[in-house]
Design a protein around this ligand. Structure first.
Ligand code: PMP
Length: 372
């Protein structure tokens, strides 16, 4: 289902690999309880919203000018934020931002992928990765995760040796399973990729939701020159509408991205908004602890209901397995709860919402299972 009327595009000189392809995106349905895109259910407070509005008002008087192409103030603020979340030292020269971590990763493949090159991932994983690869004419090769959605290190080493990828791309925590990578796994992948001259991109879009005792891959930056860690303000920071993602890596990686970014890619409105959000980090991130607690409670409840649930370090939970997951998805929707039909067959993914939304999900699932 597209957002506009069907058009006849047969006459267009569309790239071969785009023929018959559907645009990516979860259905944006008007449903009381939307737990399908891993958003933060809490919007900014009135005070933060007023501060954003004031910063945008101030930026508006300069809108005749292009923004700071180097987004220096933003990179400094992001570096200070990351520095507090890791044992590594992170400075502004190691940080690069763009319109969502989607754009950061696309830029990474623009710079380090391309025709004749390979990017490697491990399924089930985030469904945008093959799209970045397609958009940059990079071959996309996948290995597989084990039964519990972790990585078998021999399998990783074998695939890296066979395909010699210029980029290994994986989320930690993984979407859609919620599985975080162990630090030893990050080390093995970085060492294997370095042998093949490749970079390792660890996508920590959900990094702030990790459980106690799960370290961030940021800690391994000093150990591996070829390690890139991406983050986003869309999830824990509750700023999905602001479109700000970023990375930390060797400064040479940022220099390479300067070759492929469009000039002035981050608007002055975006930069002003993100800076205000970072100033209010404490408040915006204040709900992360509650969301993590709700996540752990939901995992326990689903298990008590006799379902399989993947361990989760994220703000969503993969659960199943259902002989016909589409009927369960439809049943939940019938009770006003939208979840995501994604992941390996038989599984569904639910984002963590407010306590009331999570309760509505539990009630809807109980009713749906009775009705089936
Ligand atoms: N990585 C993963 C694993 C995600 O799930 C998402 C969002 N669904 C993103 C990256 C992209 O987020 P954004 O572009 O909003 O930063």
């Amino acid at each position: 289902a597209q957002d506009g009327p069907a058009t006849d595009g047969d006459w267009l000189p569309l790239r071969e690999e785009l023929r018959g392809v559907e645009p990516y995106g979860a259905p944006q349905l008007d449903v009381p309880v939307r737990l399908n895109t891993n958003e933060n259910p809490y919007g900014p407070s009135a005070a933060v919203a007023a501060d954003v509005a004031e910063a945008v008002r101030a930026a508006a008087t300069d809108l005749n000018r292009y923004p700071d192409r180097e987004h220096v103030a933003l990179r400094e603020a992001l570096a200070a934020y990351l520095d507090a979340d890791t044992t590594a030292e992170v400075g502004a020269a190691q940080v690069w931002a763009a319109n969502g971590s989607n754009e950061v990763m696309l830029q990474l493949l623009m710079a380090f992928g391309g025709p004749g090159r390979t990017a490697l991932g491990f399924t089930p994983t985030y469904s945008m990765y093959p799209e970045y690869a397609r958009g940059t004419s990079t071959a996309w090769v996948t290995g597989h995760r084990t039964e519990d959605f972790t990585l078998d290190l021999d399998h990783v080493r074998a695939l890296v040796a066979e395909h010699r990828p210029s980029v290994v791309l994986m989320p930690s925590p993984n979407n859609p399973t919620g599985t975080a990578l162990a630090p030893e796994t990050v080390d093995v992948v970085c060492e294997a990729a370095a042998q093949a001259g490749g970079l390792v991109v660890i996508d920590e879009a959900y990094g702030e939701f990790r459980r106690d005792g799960t370290p961030s891959a940021l800690d391994r930056l000093p150990a591996h020159r070829n390690l890139v860690v991406t983050r986003t303000m869309s999830k824990a920071f509750a700023l999905a509408g602001g479109r700000v993602g970023y990375l930390a890596a060797d400064p040479a990686v940022c220099d390479a991205l300067r070759l492929v970014r469009l000039p002035y890619h981050l608007s002055s409105v975006t930069q002003a908004t993100a800076l205000v959000a970072l100033r209010h980090a404490e408040e915006l991130l204040g709900r992360v602890a509650e969301l993590r607690g709700e996540r752990d409670d939901l995992v326990a409840w689903l298990r008590a209901e006799g379902l399989d649930v993947a361990d989760s370090d994220a703000n969503f939970v993969l659960f199943g397995t259902f002989a016909d997951r589409h009927r369960v998805w439809e049943g939940l929707l019938g009770h006003g709860v939208l979840v995501r039909e994604t992941g390996p067959s038989g599984w569904l993914r639910v984002s963590i919402g407010t306590p009331a939304e999570n309760a509505a999900f539990r009630d809807a699932l109980t009713l749906t299972r009775k009705e089936l």
